[in-house]
Design a protein around this ligand. Sequence first.
Ligand code: 4EH
Length: 233
Amino acid sequence: MANGRIAIMGAMPEEIEPVINALDNVHTIVYGDNKYYEGTYHGKEVVVAYSKIGKVFATLTATTLIEKFGCDLLLFSGVAGAINSKLKIGDLIVANGLCQHDLDITAFGHPFGYVPEGNVCIPTDEGLRHIAKEIAQKKGLALQEGLIATGDQFVADPERKEWIAATFNADALEMEGASVAVVCNALNVPFFVLRAISDSADMDASFNFDEFLESSAKISADFILSMVDAIER
Ligand code: 4EH
């Protein structure tokens, strides 16, 4: 692996605040309507940002972290809605791949989530997943691995959730991960997506989300900081 800077990205302020609070030498730069926090964590250079919610903002921020800020590895931290019933609020899920559940040109005979010259599912970096498993084992933390489905919808509907589960075999859902995957895959940047469950994408989702956003975001962010420690630079 190269030795540029490590990008740490979230979608909402709550998702990156615990990371920013742990940095030294923080310097803020505004670019393209987002704030980018340059700093160090235990001596390693990082650039941290939240994109704002959804696929378009996430694409802009991931691209900017790589192309403008010189990051050559990207770690995403945040919360997600659970699909797999094994995932409970506060549990961590590492994406082994990501897809776009709202991408639909099926009228032309293509599968859901597919456009020509794209992929339904983009895998995440195996080396980074391996590091995550070692950390989880050392800390005695449960870490599930699975497919994450991304779309520009807050899912709070058992029917939509079941459709995403059946169509993509997804374990969790959120609104930014697949954008990061598309950008990093195209630009050959190793990336990692970690999410802690905030809700179950059902009728109680918005209520649970409000209650657990902060605590679940912190669980994910703390784990991401251990990843930075473990990544060799
Ligand atoms: O960035 C968005 C946030 C919800 S929208 C996606 N994030 C949280 C993950 C997530 C999620 N995504 C889709 C957690 N649960 C999800 C779900 N469906 N059920 C938001 C949240 N608060 C205020 C405004 N918008």
